[in-house]
Design a protein around this ligand. Structure first.
Ligand SMILES: Nc1ncnc2c1ncn2[C@@H]1O[C@H](COP(=O)(O)OP(=O)(O)O)[C@@H](O)[C@H]1O
Ligand SMILES: [Mg+2]
Length: 324
């Protein structure tokens, strides 16, 4: 049983935890398009690969799967999730399980407007969202929404091009100058992150970890505190099972006046996952079990609460010759 982690980047801890969980039972192999991705050097073996947009990319990955007898594959970056899902049959033919959601689910999460529409149709609370200036103006006139508002790209990630607007002129300017923007009700209140695992065999939600975000920096959670609310667990479980995600997912929510609003879903390990692991939520072992054909029992909650995570910088030194 060997795992392939694609686009590992700076996610050293994720690689380290997988190595811990796999122990002598299997190897952890990593890829990245840059030799300066520190997590590469954490793996049992690593490969430099072309960018995911290169025509030969998939063939290169399939060759690695064959050479390393890979059983499971996952990616740590958004644009690669749909690519993997679109080729699930190719991987299946090689005996490789994709630890992730199917194509339709991956595409839906990349498009914040589509995700909003799905949430609306299925009755989940979320921030009011508009995708044209005319719709937004109409909503303002009907007093359905007021200022401030939040403007962001429909297919954005990593907090690029996000902004708050306090008047119509600014909102219209930001909308016009971005690439396919959406306008949202500005959410005040507590931001929450959830790390969820949906068993690949039973398709049930088997683990949920939630944290209140204390400080954000450059689009990532910089400081957070773990907590448990059974009501939130129930909402997340219902949402995830109804929407059909699989494997690891990361959800962003807001809590306002006792209501939990769903904001964003990333069907992969989020950058804040190490907080969950440190509190006793080991999703690497759940993945190892699934790859060996074992379904995991449901164990939602039961982790350490009131544990504060504070990020800090680390560095890896490798021989320059080793990066060529
Ligand atoms: N409607 C909103 N109101 C206030 N802040 C928001 C809103 N939507 C997003 N944000 C803030 O912007 C950040 C990035 O937005 P998000 O939708 O998660 O996009 P990304 O894909 O870039 O992570 C969020 O973590 C949150 O801090
Ligand atoms: Mg986000």
């Amino acid at each position: 049983m060997n795992l392939l982690i694609l686009s590992c980047g700076t996610r050293d801890k994720v690689v380290e935890y997988f190595k811990e969980a796999f122990g002598d039972a299997g190897r952890v192999v990593c890829t990245d398009c840059s030799p300066y991705a520190p997590a590469l050097y954490e793996a049992d073996a690593h490969y430099l690969v072309p960018r995911i947009t290169a025509p030969e990319y998939l063939d290169v990955i399939c060759d690695i799967c064959k050479k390393e007898s890979i059983t499971g594959v996952l990616s740590l970056i958004d644009p690669e999730l749909s690519l993997l899902a679109a080729h699930s049959e190719t991987f299946a033919a090689l005996g490789v399980t994709i630890v992730g959601s199917d194509y339709e689910r991956c595409e839906r999460t990349l498009n914040k407007w589509e995700l909003y529409c799905w949430m609306q149709e299925h009755g989940y609370p979320c921030a009011k969202t508009y995708r044209t200036i005319a719709d937004f103006r109409g909503a303002l006139e009907r007093k359905e929404i007021g200022f401030p508002v939040f403007i962001k790209p429909m297919k954005g990630s990593a907090s690029i091009q996000i902004a708050r607007a306090d008047d119509f002129e600014t909102a219209a300017f930001l909308f016009a100058h971005g690439d396919q923007m959406i306008i949202q009700e500005f959410m005040e209140g507590q931001e929450i992150g959830a790390d969820v695992y949906i068993d690949l065999i039973s398709k049930e939600v088997v683990s949920i970890f939630t944290k209140k975000k204390l400080v954000m920096r450059a689009g990532e959670t910089d400081k957070a505190v773990s907590f448990i609310d059974e009501r939130l667990f129930e909402q997340i479980r219902k949402f995830v099972e109804e929407s059909g995600f699989e494997g690891q997912i990361d959800i962003d929510l807001f809590e306002r006046d006792g209501v939990y609003y769903f904001s964003e879903v990333n069907p992969r390990f989020g950058g804040g996952y190490p907080h969950a692991y440190a509190c006793g939520v080991d999703h690497m072992t759940l993945i190892r079990n699934n790859l060996s054909g074992i379904a995991n029992p449901v164990r939602i909650g039961g982790y350490q609460t009131d544990k504060v995570m504070m990020k800090y910088s680390e560095m890896r030194i490798v021989d320059a010759r080793g990066t060529m």
